[in-house]
Ligand binder design. Structure first.
Ligand SMILES: [Zn+2]
Length: 271
């Protein structure tokens, strides 16, 4: 069943949409272990430009090199110089990251965690908005653009804890090479995060997939695993995606409007 927002009626849902929302809430409330997976469309609702798609940064400016991580390793001093003085699309992205705030979709996921319903949140977004919203059991599979990670001991630091007087900066703990926590093309996903994601996805009997068509591996594997084990997928996306066919319920609309309503219906079933 699809929820479709009827824009001719001032964003009120039609009857079919309301029934799908109720059914999805029932499904989530009944589940034993619920995990959410979020992606770029949730960030777009907070004003973060997407990478892909018609207005994507990469569409407009070209994709970054697939060996970006290897380039970083070859000349970390130059890479840090570019990072600290961004130009072009990177400047546009950093300005958007600096001013973006969590939207009602982020906050509804925190509500679900507070209710004890949502057990873990896996995000492909690097914009820090889930942390700002207050999510606690959070796995940032592509890293966090506001953090810096040591390639030696994998400790993560806030940038104000790092001395940038000489580039590249070095880890205060082990002296290792520091890099943005954002996972670059060509860079392996840090094992601590990746293991956590696989563990949570393996426990889930219900996954709420928000704002992503889940086509980028390894994140794309998690909803398919849940589905193949007989679990339920709840899809919240502005448009149909490759997941729509395998989802138990598809709630089509902006996450900032769908998720708060879903969370309220789930809350009413718990009390
Ligand atoms: Zn270190």
């Amino acid at each position: 069943m699809d929820v479709r927002w009827d824009h001719t009626k001032g964003r009120r849902m039609n009857q079919e949409g309301l029934e799908a929302l109720e059914a999805a809430a029932e499904c989530v409330a009944r589940a034993r272990y619920v995990v959410a997976l979020t992606g770029a469309a949730l960030s777009v609702e907070s004003g973060i430009p997407p990478f892909r798609g018609p207005n994507g940064l990469w569409t407009k400016h070209g994709e970054p090199p697939l060996n970006r991580f290897q380039r970083f390793l070859a000349n970390p001093r130059r890479a840090w110089g570019e990072r600290l003085n961004p130009t072009g699309p990177m400047r546009e992205l950093w300005e958007a990251l600096g001013s973006a705030r969590p939207n009602p979709g982020h906050l509804a996921l925190v509500d679900l965690e507070d209710m004890g319903v949502l057990r873990a949140l896996i995000t492909q977004n690097v914009d820090n908005l889930h942390r700002l919203a207050g999510s606690r059991r959070l796995l940032e599979i592509h890293g966090n653009a506001t953090l810096i990670r040591c390639l030696g001991c994998v400790t993560r630091f806030r940038s104000d804890a790092i001395d940038f007087a000489s580039l590249p900066p070095r880890c205060p703990r082990c002296g290792g090479l520091l890099k943005s926590d954002t996972v670059s093309f060509g860079e392996p996903i840090p094992p601590d995060v990746l293991e956590g994601c696989f563990e949570e996805a393996a426990r889930a009997d219900c996954m709420i997939v928000v704002g992503t068509s889940a086509t980028v591996y390894p994140a794309a594997q998690f909803p398919l695993d849940v589905h193949q084990r007989g679990g339920d997928l709840i899809e919240v996306n502005p448009y149909p995606s490759e997941l729509t066919a395998v989802s138990r319920h598809t709630l089509q609309g902006p996450a900032g409007e769908v998720l708060p309503r879903l969370a309220e219906l789930i809350r009413s079933r718990l009390s």
